[in-house]
Design a protein around this ligand. Structure first.
Ligand code: ZN
Length: 216
């Protein structure tokens, strides 16, 4: 099963990806992590990626595809995988389909309103010293429990940044949703619930998709 997770930042899709990995054994593949790893390893590809990122530009589809392609060939991806952060565009989706025609596809869109994301991220603080993340009630001032550092709001979590990110997400995901909906592989999930409730909903979808394909 090829599982694709779609959802705005703050929808909780990273957490759900990890839960799917733990429950089903499909590795969660985040393209952000993969690209950062290439940069860290200092590979040829990594050097190219680093320059593009430094210039504040988006890494080209073909380049991201190279990284994804290499990862999908690994042994642990044989029975399936969960993609988080890829594809982001219709072009990337089409490239991915050329790469992997064999596995049935399930696209989960974790839906959440802008207001819910704002509420969720309003309490998020990070330690200025060690980077630990805390989800506090809005307004509670605390010190880092690990190192005693000051807790601050990440610049990414300011309301105006969240709103802009949300707008861009809605804009870019539209063609992808239309594409997957046409293929009848799109499954919306209400993300404005607890982590456990969202995962229960995801399990219902995946279990029926997996058993459906085994019977065929
Ligand atoms: Zn700290």
């Amino acid at each position: 099963m090829r599982i694709i997770l779609l959802g705005a930042a703050g929808s909780g899709k990273g957490t759900q990806g990890q839960l799917i990995e733990r429950h089903y054994g499909f590795p969660r593949i985040s393209t952000g992590d993969l690209l950062r790893l290439e940069v860290q390893k200092g590979t040829e590809l990594g050097k190219m990626v680093e320059e593009i990122m430094k210039a504040g530009q988006l890494v080209a589809d073909e380049l991201v595809l190279e990284v994804v392609k290499a990862r999908l060939q690994a042994q642990d991806c044989r029975s399936g995988y969960v993609l988080d952060g890829y594809p982001r565009t219709l072009n990337q989706a089409l490239l991915l389909e050329q790469l992997d025609r064999s596995r049935p596809e399930t696209v989960l869109e974790i839906q959440i309103s802008e207001e819910a994301v704002l509420k969720r991220l309003a309490g998020r603080r990070v330690c200025a010293q060690c980077g630990a993340v805390y989800n506090n009630e809005p307004g509670t001032e605390l010190q880092c429990q690990a190192c005693g550092g000051k807790l601050i709001i990440r610049s990414d979590d300011r309301p105006e940044v969240i709103r802009e990110r949300f707008r861009i997400y809605r804009e870019t995901v539209g063609p992808l949703l239309a594409h997957y909906s046409r293929k009848q592989v799109l499954f919306p999930v209400d993300g404005d619930r607890t982590v456990e409730e969202v995962f229960e909903a995801i399990k219902l979808i995946l279990d029926s998709r997996i058993s459906g394909h085994q019977e065929n």
